[in-house]
Design a protein around this ligand. Structure first.
Ligand code: NDP
Length: 402
Protein backbone atom coordinates (compact mmCIF):
# COMPACT_ATOMS: atom_id res chain seq x y z
CA UNK A 1 0.00 0.00 0.00
CA UNK A 2 1.09 3.60 -0.52
CA UNK A 3 3.11 5.72 1.89
CA UNK A 4 1.45 6.91 5.05
CA UNK A 5 0.84 10.65 5.10
CA UNK A 6 -1.07 13.03 7.35
CA UNK A 7 -4.26 14.08 5.61
CA UNK A 8 -6.27 16.88 7.09
CA UNK A 9 -7.45 18.60 3.91
CA UNK A 10 -9.38 16.21 1.74
CA UNK A 11 -11.17 16.24 -1.55
CA UNK A 12 -13.78 13.58 -0.98
CA UNK A 13 -16.27 11.66 -3.09
CA UNK A 14 -19.00 9.51 -1.59
CA UNK A 15 -20.23 6.72 -3.83
CA UNK A 16 -23.60 5.68 -2.38
CA UNK A 17 -24.07 8.89 -0.39
CA UNK A 18 -27.79 8.27 0.21
CA UNK A 19 -27.31 4.91 1.97
CA UNK A 20 -26.63 4.17 5.60
CA UNK A 21 -22.83 4.45 5.26
CA UNK A 22 -23.12 7.46 2.93
CA UNK A 23 -25.32 9.40 5.36
CA UNK A 24 -23.01 8.52 8.28
CA UNK A 25 -20.02 9.68 6.22
CA UNK A 26 -21.55 13.08 5.48
CA UNK A 27 -22.60 13.42 9.11
CA UNK A 28 -19.02 12.71 10.23
CA UNK A 29 -17.59 15.12 7.68
CA UNK A 30 -19.94 17.86 8.83
CA UNK A 31 -19.03 17.20 12.47
CA UNK A 32 -15.26 17.13 11.83
CA UNK A 33 -15.49 20.34 9.76
CA UNK A 34 -17.58 22.11 12.42
CA UNK A 35 -14.93 21.21 15.00
CA UNK A 36 -12.24 22.71 12.75
CA UNK A 37 -10.67 19.24 12.58
CA UNK A 38 -11.01 18.53 8.89
CA UNK A 39 -11.22 20.56 5.73
CA UNK A 40 -13.21 18.48 3.31
CA UNK A 41 -14.30 19.58 -0.15
CA UNK A 42 -16.95 17.30 -1.59
CA UNK A 43 -16.18 16.45 -5.21
CA UNK A 44 -19.05 14.08 -6.06
CA UNK A 45 -22.08 12.42 -4.50
CA UNK A 46 -23.99 9.50 -6.00
CA UNK A 47 -27.27 7.64 -5.47
CA UNK A 48 -29.21 5.02 -7.37
CA UNK A 49 -32.89 6.04 -7.09
CA UNK A 50 -33.19 8.20 -3.99
CA UNK A 51 -33.47 11.52 -5.82
CA UNK A 52 -34.89 13.47 -2.91
CA UNK A 53 -32.02 12.69 -0.50
CA UNK A 54 -29.38 13.21 -3.19
CA UNK A 55 -30.77 16.66 -4.03
CA UNK A 56 -30.95 17.60 -0.36
CA UNK A 57 -27.33 16.45 0.20
CA UNK A 58 -26.10 18.23 -2.92
CA UNK A 59 -27.71 21.52 -1.89
CA UNK A 60 -26.13 21.26 1.54
CA UNK A 61 -22.65 19.92 0.70
CA UNK A 62 -22.19 21.58 -2.71
CA UNK A 63 -20.31 18.88 -4.64
CA UNK A 64 -18.91 19.63 -8.10
CA UNK A 65 -20.92 16.71 -9.48
CA UNK A 66 -24.03 14.72 -8.47
CA UNK A 67 -24.90 11.46 -10.22
CA UNK A 68 -27.92 9.19 -10.08
CA UNK A 69 -27.75 5.56 -11.25
CA UNK A 70 -31.29 5.37 -12.60
CA UNK A 71 -31.05 7.09 -15.98
CA UNK A 72 -34.79 7.84 -15.95
CA UNK A 73 -34.23 10.28 -13.05
CA UNK A 74 -31.53 12.29 -14.84
CA UNK A 75 -33.79 15.13 -15.97
CA UNK A 76 -35.37 15.46 -12.52
CA UNK A 77 -31.92 15.68 -10.92
CA UNK A 78 -30.81 18.28 -13.44
CA UNK A 79 -33.82 20.50 -12.92
CA UNK A 80 -33.72 20.12 -9.12
CA UNK A 81 -30.12 21.39 -9.09
CA UNK A 82 -30.52 24.00 -11.85
CA UNK A 83 -28.91 27.30 -10.89
CA UNK A 84 -26.69 25.77 -8.20
CA UNK A 85 -23.64 25.36 -10.46
CA UNK A 86 -23.55 21.63 -9.60
CA UNK A 87 -23.05 19.43 -12.65
CA UNK A 88 -25.29 16.38 -12.88
CA UNK A 89 -25.23 13.01 -14.61
CA UNK A 90 -27.38 9.89 -14.78
CA UNK A 91 -26.93 6.19 -15.47
CA UNK A 92 -24.12 3.77 -14.57
CA UNK A 93 -21.60 5.75 -16.68
CA UNK A 94 -22.29 8.86 -14.60
CA UNK A 95 -21.58 6.91 -11.40
CA UNK A 96 -18.24 5.89 -12.92
CA UNK A 97 -17.61 9.49 -13.95
CA UNK A 98 -18.17 10.54 -10.32
CA UNK A 99 -15.49 8.04 -9.28
CA UNK A 100 -13.10 9.40 -11.93
CA UNK A 101 -13.30 12.99 -10.69
CA UNK A 102 -10.24 14.14 -8.77
CA UNK A 103 -11.10 13.30 -5.16
CA UNK A 104 -8.15 11.99 -3.13
CA UNK A 105 -10.42 10.09 -0.71
CA UNK A 106 -13.30 8.02 -2.05
CA UNK A 107 -15.87 6.37 0.18
CA UNK A 108 -16.95 3.21 -1.67
CA UNK A 109 -20.41 2.70 -0.14
CA UNK A 110 -22.54 1.42 -3.00
CA UNK A 111 -24.14 -1.87 -2.00
CA UNK A 112 -23.34 -5.05 -3.94
CA UNK A 113 -21.32 -5.85 -7.04
CA UNK A 114 -22.77 -2.67 -8.62
CA UNK A 115 -20.02 -0.86 -6.71
CA UNK A 116 -17.20 -2.71 -8.41
CA UNK A 117 -16.64 -0.65 -11.56
CA UNK A 118 -16.84 2.76 -9.84
CA UNK A 119 -14.52 1.57 -7.04
CA UNK A 120 -12.05 0.34 -9.63
CA UNK A 121 -12.16 3.69 -11.43
CA UNK A 122 -11.25 5.49 -8.21
CA UNK A 123 -8.56 2.91 -7.41
CA UNK A 124 -6.94 3.33 -10.82
CA UNK A 125 -6.52 7.07 -10.20
CA UNK A 126 -4.54 6.36 -7.02
CA UNK A 127 -7.21 7.72 -4.66
CA UNK A 128 -7.37 6.42 -1.11
CA UNK A 129 -10.27 4.00 -1.04
CA UNK A 130 -12.34 3.93 2.14
CA UNK A 131 -13.94 0.59 1.45
CA UNK A 132 -17.37 -0.24 2.84
CA UNK A 133 -18.50 -2.10 -0.29
CA UNK A 134 -17.27 -5.54 0.79
CA UNK A 135 -18.96 -7.29 -2.15
CA UNK A 136 -16.44 -5.79 -4.56
CA UNK A 137 -13.57 -7.45 -2.67
CA UNK A 138 -15.46 -10.74 -2.42
CA UNK A 139 -16.11 -10.96 -6.16
CA UNK A 140 -12.96 -9.23 -7.41
CA UNK A 141 -10.49 -8.99 -4.54
CA UNK A 142 -7.40 -9.65 -6.66
CA UNK A 143 -8.48 -7.13 -9.31
CA UNK A 144 -9.29 -4.36 -6.82
CA UNK A 145 -6.21 -4.77 -4.58
CA UNK A 146 -3.92 -4.94 -7.63
CA UNK A 147 -5.44 -1.71 -9.00
CA UNK A 148 -4.99 0.12 -5.67
CA UNK A 149 -1.42 -1.15 -5.32
CA UNK A 150 -0.46 -0.27 -8.91
CA UNK A 151 -1.75 3.31 -8.64
CA UNK A 152 -0.29 3.92 -5.16
CA UNK A 153 -3.47 4.60 -3.21
CA UNK A 154 -4.37 3.09 0.14
CA UNK A 155 -7.11 0.63 0.97
CA UNK A 156 -8.67 1.86 4.21
CA UNK A 157 -11.23 -0.65 5.46
CA UNK A 158 -14.51 0.79 6.73
CA UNK A 159 -16.19 -2.47 7.72
CA UNK A 160 -15.89 -2.28 11.52
CA UNK A 161 -14.18 -5.69 11.83
CA UNK A 162 -11.54 -4.97 9.19
CA UNK A 163 -11.12 -1.45 10.45
CA UNK A 164 -10.46 -2.90 13.92
CA UNK A 165 -7.89 -5.35 12.59
CA UNK A 166 -6.28 -2.64 10.45
CA UNK A 167 -5.68 -0.55 13.58
CA UNK A 168 -3.77 -3.33 15.39
CA UNK A 169 -2.25 -5.30 12.51
CA UNK A 170 1.56 -5.22 12.21
CA UNK A 171 1.90 -4.93 8.43
CA UNK A 172 5.71 -5.00 8.77
CA UNK A 173 5.68 -8.42 10.49
CA UNK A 174 2.61 -10.31 9.24
CA UNK A 175 4.40 -13.62 9.82
CA UNK A 176 4.24 -12.84 13.56
CA UNK A 177 0.45 -12.95 13.43
CA UNK A 178 -1.04 -16.35 14.23
CA UNK A 179 -4.75 -15.65 13.97
CA UNK A 180 -7.33 -13.04 13.02
CA UNK A 181 -10.56 -13.29 14.99
CA UNK A 182 -13.56 -11.70 13.30
CA UNK A 183 -16.29 -11.01 15.81
CA UNK A 184 -19.95 -11.39 14.85
CA UNK A 185 -23.00 -10.16 16.73
CA UNK A 186 -24.89 -13.29 15.65
CA UNK A 187 -27.65 -11.12 14.15
CA UNK A 188 -31.34 -11.08 15.07
CA UNK A 189 -31.73 -14.88 14.80
CA UNK A 190 -28.74 -15.85 16.94
CA UNK A 191 -30.90 -17.87 19.33
CA UNK A 192 -33.61 -18.95 16.84
CA UNK A 193 -34.19 -22.57 15.77
CA UNK A 194 -34.20 -23.50 12.07
CA UNK A 195 -37.97 -24.05 12.37
CA UNK A 196 -38.47 -20.51 13.59
CA UNK A 197 -36.16 -19.11 10.91
CA UNK A 198 -38.22 -20.92 8.26
CA UNK A 199 -41.06 -18.42 8.78
CA UNK A 200 -38.91 -15.31 9.44
CA UNK A 201 -40.20 -12.18 7.68
CA UNK A 202 -38.09 -9.48 6.00
CA UNK A 203 -39.04 -7.06 8.80
CA UNK A 204 -37.70 -9.49 11.41
CA UNK A 205 -34.53 -10.14 9.41
CA UNK A 206 -33.61 -6.46 9.03
CA UNK A 207 -34.17 -5.72 12.75
CA UNK A 208 -30.52 -5.97 13.77
CA UNK A 209 -29.98 -5.98 17.55
CA UNK A 210 -26.94 -3.62 17.61
CA UNK A 211 -26.32 -1.92 14.25
CA UNK A 212 -28.54 0.25 12.05
CA UNK A 213 -27.69 -0.60 8.42
CA UNK A 214 -29.09 -0.93 4.90
CA UNK A 215 -31.52 -3.77 4.12
CA UNK A 216 -29.13 -6.06 2.23
CA UNK A 217 -26.35 -6.13 4.84
CA UNK A 218 -28.96 -6.51 7.58
CA UNK A 219 -30.29 -9.68 5.93
CA UNK A 220 -26.69 -10.84 5.41
CA UNK A 221 -26.17 -10.39 9.15
CA UNK A 222 -29.25 -12.48 9.88
CA UNK A 223 -28.00 -15.39 7.70
CA UNK A 224 -24.36 -14.86 8.84
CA UNK A 225 -23.46 -14.51 5.15
CA UNK A 226 -22.17 -11.10 6.18
CA UNK A 227 -19.48 -12.77 8.29
CA UNK A 228 -18.72 -15.13 5.42
CA UNK A 229 -18.27 -12.18 3.05
CA UNK A 230 -16.07 -10.54 5.68
CA UNK A 231 -13.91 -13.65 5.94
CA UNK A 232 -13.20 -13.42 2.21
CA UNK A 233 -12.77 -9.64 2.45
CA UNK A 234 -10.22 -10.06 5.29
CA UNK A 235 -8.20 -12.57 3.28
CA UNK A 236 -7.83 -9.92 0.55
CA UNK A 237 -6.98 -7.01 2.83
CA UNK A 238 -4.53 -8.70 5.19
CA UNK A 239 -1.58 -10.94 4.29
CA UNK A 240 -2.83 -13.69 6.64
CA UNK A 241 -4.03 -16.94 5.03
CA UNK A 242 -7.77 -17.59 5.24
CA UNK A 243 -7.14 -20.76 7.26
CA UNK A 244 -5.92 -18.49 10.08
CA UNK A 245 -9.03 -16.31 10.07
CA UNK A 246 -11.72 -17.37 12.53
CA UNK A 247 -15.21 -16.18 13.36
CA UNK A 248 -16.38 -15.76 16.94
CA UNK A 249 -19.88 -14.75 17.98
CA UNK A 250 -19.81 -11.83 20.43
CA UNK A 251 -23.38 -10.58 20.90
CA UNK A 252 -22.50 -7.23 22.52
CA UNK A 253 -20.58 -5.94 19.43
CA UNK A 254 -18.08 -4.11 21.65
CA UNK A 255 -14.90 -5.86 20.50
CA UNK A 256 -14.89 -5.26 16.77
CA UNK A 257 -12.23 -7.89 16.00
CA UNK A 258 -8.87 -9.16 17.24
CA UNK A 259 -5.37 -10.03 16.10
CA UNK A 260 -3.45 -12.79 17.85
CA UNK A 261 0.36 -12.74 17.70
CA UNK A 262 2.69 -15.75 17.95
CA UNK A 263 3.64 -14.88 21.54
CA UNK A 264 0.00 -15.22 22.61
CA UNK A 265 -0.75 -11.48 22.77
CA UNK A 266 -4.20 -10.60 21.46
CA UNK A 267 -4.79 -7.00 20.33
CA UNK A 268 -8.32 -5.74 19.88
CA UNK A 269 -10.13 -2.55 18.96
CA UNK A 270 -13.26 -1.73 20.97
CA UNK A 271 -15.98 0.87 20.60
CA UNK A 272 -19.70 1.48 20.51
CA UNK A 273 -21.49 0.10 17.43
CA UNK A 274 -21.48 3.34 15.44
CA UNK A 275 -20.02 3.39 11.92
CA UNK A 276 -18.91 7.00 12.32
CA UNK A 277 -15.92 5.71 14.33
CA UNK A 278 -14.44 3.47 11.61
CA UNK A 279 -15.33 6.07 8.97
CA UNK A 280 -13.44 8.69 11.01
CA UNK A 281 -10.32 6.52 11.14
CA UNK A 282 -10.35 6.14 7.35
CA UNK A 283 -10.83 9.87 6.82
CA UNK A 284 -7.91 10.85 9.06
CA UNK A 285 -5.58 7.81 9.06
CA UNK A 286 -2.93 7.69 10.46
CA UNK A 287 -4.09 10.81 12.29
CA UNK A 288 -7.30 10.81 14.32
CA UNK A 289 -10.31 13.06 14.04
CA UNK A 290 -13.15 13.46 16.58
CA UNK A 291 -16.39 11.63 15.86
CA UNK A 292 -19.84 12.22 17.32
CA UNK A 293 -20.14 8.50 18.22
CA UNK A 294 -21.01 7.72 21.83
CA UNK A 295 -17.96 6.66 23.85
CA UNK A 296 -17.84 3.25 25.49
CA UNK A 297 -19.18 3.01 29.02
CA UNK A 298 -17.54 -0.17 30.31
CA UNK A 299 -19.51 -0.24 33.55
CA UNK A 300 -22.71 -0.15 31.56
CA UNK A 301 -21.54 -2.86 29.14
CA UNK A 302 -20.55 -4.94 32.21
CA UNK A 303 -20.29 -8.30 30.44
CA UNK A 304 -18.65 -9.46 27.23
CA UNK A 305 -19.61 -12.96 26.06
CA UNK A 306 -18.39 -15.20 23.26
CA UNK A 307 -19.60 -18.38 21.54
CA UNK A 308 -18.62 -20.33 18.44
CA UNK A 309 -20.81 -19.84 15.35
CA UNK A 310 -23.33 -22.63 14.63
CA UNK A 311 -22.70 -23.66 11.03
CA UNK A 312 -25.70 -26.00 11.01
CA UNK A 313 -28.21 -23.25 11.72
CA UNK A 314 -26.23 -20.73 9.63
CA UNK A 315 -24.98 -22.60 6.55
CA UNK A 316 -24.05 -19.37 4.69
CA UNK A 317 -20.90 -19.09 6.79
CA UNK A 318 -19.91 -22.63 5.78
CA UNK A 319 -20.61 -21.82 2.10
CA UNK A 320 -18.36 -18.76 2.27
CA UNK A 321 -15.55 -20.73 3.89
CA UNK A 322 -15.86 -23.44 1.22
CA UNK A 323 -15.88 -20.79 -1.53
CA UNK A 324 -12.61 -19.24 -0.46
CA UNK A 325 -11.04 -22.68 -0.04
CA UNK A 326 -12.08 -23.60 -3.61
CA UNK A 327 -11.13 -20.18 -5.04
CA UNK A 328 -11.63 -19.49 -8.76
CA UNK A 329 -15.18 -18.46 -9.63
CA UNK A 330 -16.61 -19.60 -6.30
CA UNK A 331 -16.39 -16.38 -4.21
CA UNK A 332 -17.84 -14.27 -7.07
CA UNK A 333 -20.59 -16.88 -7.56
CA UNK A 334 -21.34 -16.96 -3.83
CA UNK A 335 -21.66 -13.18 -3.77
CA UNK A 336 -23.84 -12.91 -6.88
CA UNK A 337 -26.23 -15.70 -5.91
CA UNK A 338 -26.55 -14.28 -2.40
CA UNK A 339 -27.41 -10.83 -3.84
CA UNK A 340 -30.15 -12.34 -6.00
CA UNK A 341 -31.51 -14.54 -3.19
CA UNK A 342 -31.55 -11.68 -0.64
CA UNK A 343 -33.38 -9.41 -3.12
CA UNK A 344 -35.95 -12.19 -3.73
CA UNK A 345 -36.40 -12.62 0.04
CA UNK A 346 -36.85 -8.86 0.58
CA UNK A 347 -39.44 -8.88 -2.25
CA UNK A 348 -41.36 -11.63 -0.46
CA UNK A 349 -40.78 -14.10 -3.32
CA UNK A 350 -38.74 -16.69 -1.37
CA UNK A 351 -38.36 -17.70 2.27
CA UNK A 352 -35.50 -16.84 4.62
CA UNK A 353 -33.96 -20.32 4.53
CA UNK A 354 -34.10 -20.27 0.71
CA UNK A 355 -31.28 -17.70 0.70
CA UNK A 356 -28.70 -20.30 1.75
CA UNK A 357 -30.39 -23.05 -0.26
CA UNK A 358 -30.34 -21.05 -3.52
CA UNK A 359 -26.73 -20.04 -2.96
CA UNK A 360 -25.72 -23.65 -2.30
CA UNK A 361 -27.56 -24.83 -5.45
CA UNK A 362 -25.67 -22.26 -7.52
CA UNK A 363 -22.31 -23.19 -6.01
CA UNK A 364 -22.93 -26.88 -6.73
CA UNK A 365 -23.76 -26.05 -10.33
CA UNK A 366 -20.76 -23.80 -11.05
CA UNK A 367 -18.34 -25.82 -8.93
CA UNK A 368 -15.22 -24.90 -10.63
CA UNK A 369 -14.64 -27.03 -13.75
CA UNK A 370 -12.38 -25.10 -16.12
CA UNK A 371 -12.26 -22.32 -13.55
CA UNK A 372 -9.01 -20.36 -13.19
CA UNK A 373 -7.47 -20.65 -9.69
CA UNK A 374 -7.97 -16.91 -9.15
CA UNK A 375 -9.96 -14.29 -11.05
CA UNK A 376 -7.46 -11.64 -12.08
CA UNK A 377 -9.38 -9.70 -14.74
CA UNK A 378 -12.62 -7.74 -14.65
CA UNK A 379 -13.89 -9.81 -17.60
CA UNK A 380 -13.50 -13.06 -15.63
CA UNK A 381 -15.33 -11.54 -12.67
CA UNK A 382 -18.17 -10.20 -14.82
CA UNK A 383 -18.61 -13.61 -16.50
CA UNK A 384 -18.67 -15.52 -13.19
CA UNK A 385 -21.02 -12.96 -11.62
CA UNK A 386 -23.38 -13.05 -14.61
CA UNK A 387 -23.61 -16.84 -14.75
CA UNK A 388 -24.26 -17.15 -11.00
CA UNK A 389 -26.95 -14.43 -11.17
CA UNK A 390 -28.68 -16.24 -14.05
CA UNK A 391 -28.70 -19.53 -12.15
CA UNK A 392 -29.80 -17.93 -8.88
CA UNK A 393 -32.71 -16.19 -10.62
CA UNK A 394 -33.78 -19.52 -12.14
CA UNK A 395 -33.60 -21.30 -8.75
CA UNK A 396 -35.36 -18.44 -6.95
CA UNK A 397 -38.18 -18.44 -9.54
CA UNK A 398 -38.63 -22.20 -9.11
CA UNK A 399 -38.84 -21.81 -5.32
CA UNK A 400 -41.25 -18.86 -5.61
CA UNK A 401 -43.54 -20.94 -7.85
CA UNK A 402 -43.42 -24.04 -5.57
P1 NDP B 1 -27.69 1.05 1.70
O1 NDP B 1 -28.61 0.12 1.03
O2 NDP B 1 -28.17 1.81 2.88
O3 NDP B 1 -27.10 2.12 0.64
C1 NDP B 1 -26.58 1.71 -0.58
C2 NDP B 1 -26.16 2.90 -1.41
O4 NDP B 1 -25.79 2.41 -2.72
C3 NDP B 1 -27.27 3.92 -1.65
O5 NDP B 1 -26.70 5.18 -1.82
C4 NDP B 1 -27.88 3.43 -2.96
O6 NDP B 1 -28.61 4.44 -3.65
C5 NDP B 1 -26.63 3.03 -3.72
N1 NDP B 1 -26.88 2.04 -4.75
C6 NDP B 1 -27.59 0.89 -4.64
N2 NDP B 1 -27.58 0.21 -5.81
C7 NDP B 1 -26.86 0.96 -6.69
C8 NDP B 1 -26.54 0.83 -8.06
N3 NDP B 1 -26.95 -0.23 -8.78
N4 NDP B 1 -25.79 1.79 -8.64
C9 NDP B 1 -25.37 2.86 -7.93
N5 NDP B 1 -25.66 3.05 -6.63
C10 NDP B 1 -26.40 2.12 -6.01
O7 NDP B 1 -26.40 0.18 2.09
P2 NDP B 1 -25.37 0.40 3.29
O8 NDP B 1 -24.97 1.82 3.38
O9 NDP B 1 -25.88 -0.29 4.49
O10 NDP B 1 -24.13 -0.47 2.79
C11 NDP B 1 -23.29 -0.03 1.75
C12 NDP B 1 -22.10 -0.97 1.67
O11 NDP B 1 -21.36 -0.87 2.90
C13 NDP B 1 -22.49 -2.45 1.55
O12 NDP B 1 -21.56 -3.10 0.75
C14 NDP B 1 -22.41 -2.98 2.97
O13 NDP B 1 -22.11 -4.36 3.02
C15 NDP B 1 -21.25 -2.16 3.52
N6 NDP B 1 -21.27 -1.97 4.95
C16 NDP B 1 -22.31 -1.33 5.54
C17 NDP B 1 -22.35 -1.14 6.91
C18 NDP B 1 -23.47 -0.37 7.56
O14 NDP B 1 -23.40 -0.10 8.76
N7 NDP B 1 -24.52 0.00 6.85
C19 NDP B 1 -21.29 -1.67 7.77
C20 NDP B 1 -20.20 -2.27 7.04
C21 NDP B 1 -20.20 -2.43 5.68
P3 NDP B 1 -30.19 4.72 -3.31
O15 NDP B 1 -30.22 5.24 -1.91
O16 NDP B 1 -30.59 5.70 -4.32
O17 NDP B 1 -30.86 3.38 -3.44
Amino acid sequence: MGAITQNKARRATILGSTGSIGVNTLDLIEFASDQGEAEVDIVALTANRNLETLVEQAKKFRPDFAAIGDAALGDDLKSALAGTGIETGAGPDAIEEAAQRDADWVMAAIVGAAGLRPTLQAAKRGADIALANKECLVCAGDVVTAAIEAAGGRLLPVDSEHNAIFQVYDFDRPERISRLILTASGGPFRTWSRDDMATATPAQAVAHPNWSMGAKISVDSATLMNKGLELIEAAHIFPTPHEQIEVLVHPQSVIHSMVEYVDGSVLAQLGTPDMRTPIATTLAWPDRTPSPSAKLDFAQVATLTFEPPDLKRFPCLRLARESIESGGVMPASLNASNEVAVAAFLDGAVKFLDIAAITEQVLEKVSGENSPARLTTLEEVVAADGEARRLAEEFAAARAAA
